[in-house]
Write a protein that binds this ligand. Structure first.
Ligand SMILES: C[S@@+](CC[C@H](N)C(=O)[O-])C[C@H]1O[C@@H](n2cnc3c(N)ncnc32)[C@H](O)[C@@H]1O
Length: 244
């Protein structure tokens, strides 16, 4: 209850004890699984969807153990090589999955997230993962989170500090988009379409020491029409790699 009161105050939200979701479109609630956002599916529907950050989830564990290690596309795109672990600035942290994976591979990663709600979910996820002896080490030594707009943060305190700047902005919705996963639909409801992604790439290209990497759905146009140095293609998406 204390945590809920403090969070509501920090995010300027109403604190309503023993809330019933049917009275609200969305609530943030502390459950036994940690902090969750619960959203009504639609106005007439009493069912709801939930989202929370779980660095210890089976799917992330699977990705960590069987995703290909340093040979997987994400690792190669950001410049991981045998004996080489670039420092990473992830300017679109979201649920922190990509960052956590890169930190698990040994990279030092700073995440930036501008949505206060996703930021709160991320802090909560980090706090819970820290309780595991194994992940405590990774989280304490490799992963940090800054809350705010990444363009402003890059302009003030990230100039030529991080080897790689990683961008995975929301892709504008177009009918049957690739973003069909439920969690992406919830994130879209929370943060919208990231309309400033072109500027995010511009700023990343000025700020990165060695490379900027953009994740895009397969077939999506280039960010800001800037051609990458090379591209790593996957089944449904690709990484555009810009060497500085
Ligand atoms: C598609 S999600 C990223 C998913 C993430 N790669 C993961 O592994 O969970 C995009 C996120 O980037 C954030 N974002 C977009 N532009 C941003 C900016 N200029 N500053 C900070 N966060 C930004 C959005 O709020 C959203 O949470």
């Amino acid at each position: 209850m204390e945590k809920a009161v403090a969070l509501a105050k920090r995010l300027h939200l109403n604190h309503v004890p023993l809330v019933n979701l049917t009275d609200h479109n969305a609530i943030l609630v502390y459950t036994e699984k940690g902090l969750q956002i619960q959203l009504k599916q639609n106005k007439n529907n009493k069912s709801h969807v939930t989202l929370h950050v779980d660095f210890l989830s089976d799917s992330l564990n699977y990705r960590r153990q069987h995703g290909g290690g340093i040979k997987q596309a994400l690792a190669r795109a950001v410049g991981v090589k045998p004996g080489k672990r670039p420092s990473i600035l992830d300017v679109t942290a979201g649920l922190g999955k990509d960052s956590f994976l890169l930190a698990s591979l040994g990279c030092k990663v700073r995440m930036i997230e501008r949505s206060l709600i996703l930021g709160a979910l991320l802090y909560d996820g980090l706090e819970r993962a820290e309780k595991s002896q194994y992940f405590k080490e990774i989280i304490n030594s490799k992963l940090t989170l800054s809350q705010g707009d990444a363009i402003a943060i890059m302009n003030t305190d990230c100039h030529k500090i991080y080897d790689t700047i990683y961008l995975d902005p929301m892709y504008p919705h177009s009918g049957k988009s690739a973003l069909n996963k439920q969690e992406m639909r919830i994130i879209r409801k929370l943060v919208g379409d990231d309309d400033d992604s072109d500027k995010l790439l511009d700023t990343a290209l000025i700020s990165a020491k060695k490379r900027a990497v953009v994740k895009r759905p397969k077939g999506a146009p280039l960010l800001n029409s800037v051609s990458p140095t090379h591209t790593i293609k996957m089944k449904n998406s690709r990484y555009d790699v810009y060497m500085i």
